[in-house]
Design a protein around this ligand. Structure first.
Ligand code: HEM
Length: 499
């Protein structure tokens, strides 16, 4: 989640209009060492704040708001309390402290912010959402049910099926690319990744030329972009009327998605499925769970939201892949190294599959490096009780920003962090991930899709580079936006040169 340009502009104006009430000297006086274990927690340091907007102005001037959190951390200490408009927040910096929040005290910080936008996007109730709900028995059940589908184990039937599926869809993507011409890649990736997800979770595939399917994929992409934004109105409720039109449009898109899922994806399956049978896919797992739910608390509506959320994960993958290609186009050296690895281990005649992953550590490392560089934030958490991190008091209800940007981009943790160097994830020919690399969060709210990301990205990047070299399109410059996963609908094109 990041705060949009609109917010930055807005708070910039506010900051210019309202003078700060206290100075930096005060801040430094309030800064204290963290409490010893067992001692009463201390109040976290907090900078001087402005009326109404609180500390929102401190985010102005940063392209990525998490850079502001790093600057605050360096100035005031690892745990900093902020008042962002009407919302009390805490910024947590540093691997040890972030792990304390995500894992050691994961059950204290397992809720998500109560932004009005989330309520609106999920039929007036953010508890319908997999990613934005608070922790509950329903969420535990949803997560437990998903695991076997999102983390297929190697050598199982479902892994082999996924392997074939990724391979088939990658070949279809390659066939949609005209070598040597400028290619609008995003819709190609989005539709075929959607088909991987629909086939894997719902046993359904759609024709990429089907206009209704095209609209569906675009709707998912727009909503994905929307949930990855942060607005001033999230923190300043009196600004919500400014979002009214956009939110009405988004609600319309979610309704269209629901109609498509009911008519084209589920159809008669709910009625036809016998609850005694073994589920063949995620749709049937959901149906079985709903039919077997003794209290009726996990109803079909909840199940449909979970289904939409998880197939919507294809937007995360296709946006991420666009960014991977955006990095690679600027890194001919990395492309060549991946191509050498492909030639050595797979050759040009056999199609690459996710089964080749183990033999291709450099390619896998390049994907990790892209994940590091985009430094997508950990979805903010909320404290469900009074607690502490690093000996500092965290009040119940505070929104917690775990500063993942700092973990990914710090000069202290990484050598030359601004450069794209897959080698940093390799040691003696094996992929190694440092402890401070937490791109998928951790603990009970950790990402449910990371294995899908790794597998699909490997298959698609491998397939493209086996056949093509990625080159710049006419007049295109590639500055990949970081600090978020989402890319705008109209974004860069690429040229693919046949090898
Ligand atoms: C490069 C792509 C992705 C990145 C960097 C990413 C990262 C994350 C992060 C940081 C979180 C929050 C974790 C936490 O609070 O500890 C998260 C949550 C989540 N992710 Fe991902 N994700 C990606 C792709 C996906 C995909 C493809 C799916 C679906 C298959 C997915 C499904 C989810 C869900 C459902 C949650 C919420 C889990 C919960 O709150 O209980 N993600 N992701």
């Amino acid at each position: 989640m990041f705060l949009s340009v609109a917010l930055v502009v807005f708070v910039g104006l506010c900051a210019a209009a309202i003078a700060a009430t206290r100075g930096l000297a005060d801040e430094k006086r309030r800064r204290k060492a963290p409490a010893d274990a067992g001692a009463a927690p201390l109040e976290p340091p907090t900078p001087p704040r402005l009326p109404v907007i609180g500390h929102l102005h401190l985010l102005a001037g940063y392209d990525v708001p998490y850079k502001a959190f790093s600057a605050l951390g360096a100035r005031l200490g690892a745990v900093v309390r902020l008042q962002l408009g009407a919302v009390k927040c805490v910024v947590v910096n540093g691997q040890k402290n972030i792990r304390e929040g995500l894992v050691t005290k994961g059950s204290h910080f397992d809720s998500r912010p109560n932004f009005d936008r989330y309520q609106q996007l999920f039929d007036g109730n953010k508890e319908n959402s997999l990613a934005f709900c608070d922790w509950s028995d329903t969420q535990k059940a949803r997560r437990d049910m998903l695991r076997s589908h999102t983390f297929p184990r190697a050598f199982t039937n479902s892994f082999v099926a996924l392997e074939n599926l990724i391979s088939r869809e990658t070949l279809r993507m390659l066939a949609q690319v005209t070598p040597g011409e400028d290619v609008e890649l995003k819709p190609i990736l989005a539709k075929n990744c959607a088909n991987i997800f629909f086939a894997h979770f719902c046993s359904k595939r759609f024709d990429v030329d089907d206009a209704r399917f095209g609209d569906l994929v675009q709707n998912f992409d727009e909503i994905f972009y929307e949930v990855n934004q942060g607005y001033a109105a999230d923190f300043l409720p009196f600004l919500r009327p400014l979002l009214k039109r956009n939110m009405a449009r988004m609600r319309g898109l979610t309704r269209d998605i629901r109609r498509f899922v009911e008519e084209e994806v589920v159809g008669e399956r709910y009625e036809l499925f016998d609850a005694e049978d073994e589920p063949a896919d995620y749709v049937e797992s959901l149906i079985k769970h709903v039919k077997g739910s003794p209290t009726g608390e996990f109803d079909w509506n909840t199940a449909l939201f979970a289904l939409e959320d998880i197939v919507g994960g294809h937007s995360a993958v296709s946006n991420f892949l666009m960014k991977v290609f955006g990095f690679l186009v600027n890194e001919p050296r990395v492309q060549r190294r991946i191509q050498e690895e492909i030639d050595e281990n797979v050759g040009r005649d056999k199609h690459i599959t996710i089964g080749d992953r183990k033999a291709m550590p450099y390619t896998e490392a390049a994907i990790y490096e892209a994940i590091r560089m985009i430094a997508s934030p950990i979805v903010p958490r909320v404290a469900n009780r009074d607690s502490s991190i690093n000996g500092y008091k965290i009040e119940k209800g505070s929104v917690i920003f775990m500063n993942n940007y700092e973990l990914n981009m710090s000069e202290e943790l990484w050598e030359r962090p601004k450069e794209f160097l897959p080698e940093r994830f390799l040691k003696d020919g094996n992929v190694v991930k440092p402890e401070h690399f937490l791109p998928f969060g951790g603990g009970r709210r950790s990402c449910l899709g990371y294995r899908m990301v790794q597998l699909v990205s490997f298959g698609v990047v491998g397939g493209f580079l086996q056949n093509f070299t990625v080159a710049p399109a006419q007049g295109e410059l590639y500055k990949v936006p970081v600090g978020s996963l989402a890319l705008k609908k109209d974004t860069f094109k690429f040229k693919f040169v046949k090898r």
